[in-house]
Design a protein around this ligand. Structure first.
Ligand code: NAI
Length: 341
């Protein structure tokens, strides 16, 4: 909807822009008519200086929105930080509050997109379809090395039963798994759907597959570390589509080397901001940990693509523009989950 009481076009400046961001945001801007300015660079202490005469900065998962950047945004008279994602661990909310900046996000654009990607990672790691695809193309029809296991009857532990954890629980129930869940807030709806709420320790001890769906914060940082890995079942499968720092990378590498972790699927990585969303195929990667991880035959790395569906990108563009429209017009958003400050 064009806003009748705002005669001057408001400007939205995007950071970390990818081609698909431009395509979707330009498409849906026809309903809002903002002036859009796209930078492909990440927002940080240096690039913040690129901003001029803008009301809104629109950022993504790896943009740096710390106290220093926020101070500079405030000095440049920016009013709104609009995250075009759900997670907000990269934004200093206290600093935003102090400088009177509004911060909004897209709380649930397509939980199914992420949950379905987690499922795809489980199936790939288990049934090795990525290897079968390449083998058959080379006329190698041998099955040796492709042995999988039945998901039916296995115990799957979900950590974090918000929008994505819930969507994932429904999918994995459909495979006939026993589903355990841990969240700091118990959800009775999950119990009704046959999911058993248990302690974090029980998840670690009893699960054949553990899928992480909680946010990254001080309590969840390095949730998967030497200590938690030590009580897990041998050959456990760990799936992380949430945030990289939920896993202590060097500890999981040690556990993979010992065979304690039998399968690891990660769509997110602790140091991903230096790697993901770029084509580095001609570069020498300096990050030895990701190189080690990618060298294991039982590790699957995808580059933060779990959200990447047509439906999700449509929702991201629409909800982001609606958030901005509400904040510019009334300094508030009806959907409280979208408003962080
Ligand atoms: P949500 O806010 O709906 O759910 C998060 C759940 O985690 C809540 O139920 C909350 O109570 C729980 N939680 C918080 N602290 C916890 C703790 N210490 N232990 C266990 N549970 C805890 O969020 P949603 O939409 O389900 O997303 C989850 C995470 O997925 C996001 O924080 C984000 O980091 C990640 N994400 C990843 C994407 C990708 O493309 N890979 C895309 C979208 C989100």
């Amino acid at each position: 909807m064009k806003h009748p009481i705002l005669p001057i076009k408001s400007k939205v400046t995007f950071f970390s822009t990818q081609i698909y961001d431009k395509v979707f945001f330009e498409k849906y801007n026809t309903d809002f008519d903002y002036e859009l300015d796209f930078f492909d660079t990440q927002l940080n202490e240096q690039t913040v200086k690129l901003i001029s005469n803008t009301d809104v900065v629109c950022v993504f998962v790896n943009d740096v929105v710390n106290a220093s950047v926020i101070q500079q945004l405030a000095e440049r008279k920016v009013r709104i930080i609009a995250l075009r994602c759900a997670g907000f661990n990269n934004v200093d909310l206290e600093a935003a509050k102090k400088h009177n900046l509004k911060v909004c996000r897209v709380p649930a654009y397509s939980p199914e997109a992420v949950a379905e990607h987690a499922m795809a990672m489980i199936l790939t790691l288990n049934r090795k379809t990525h290897k079968a695809y390449n083998r058959v193309r080379e006329q190698n029809f041998s099955l040796n090395g492709l042995l999988g296991f039945d998901l039916h009857g296995k115990t799957v532990g979900i950590i974090g039963t918000g929008n994505i954890g819930k969507a994932f629980s429904k999918i994995i129930k459909g495979f006939g798994c026993k589903v355990l869940a841990f969240d700091i807030v118990t959800d009775s709806e999950m119990e009704k759907n046959g999911v058993t709420s248990v302690s974090l320790e029980t998840i670690f001890k009893e699960s054949d597959i553990i899928s992480l769906h909680c946010p990254l914060n001080e309590k969840t940082k390095h949730l998967i570390d030497k200590k938690s890995l030590s009580i897990m079942k041998d050959h456990v499968m760990i799936i992380n589509t949430s945030r990289g720092a939920l896993i202590q990378t060097s500890d999981v590498i040690k556990a993979l080397k010992k065979g304690k972790v039998g399968y690891l699927g990660i769509d997110v990585y602790e140091q991903e901001e230096k790697l993901f969303f770029r084509d580095l195929s001609e570069d020498i990667i300096q990050d030895d940990a990701i190189q080690r991880l990618m060298s294991f035959p039982n590790v699957l790395v995808t580059a933060h693509q779990a959200f990447f569906t047509n439906e999700a990108l449509t929702q991201i563009a629409l909800v982001t523009f609606n958030n901005i429209e509400s904040l510019l017009a009334q300094n508030d958003i009806d959907n409280k989950a979208a408003l962080l400050v």
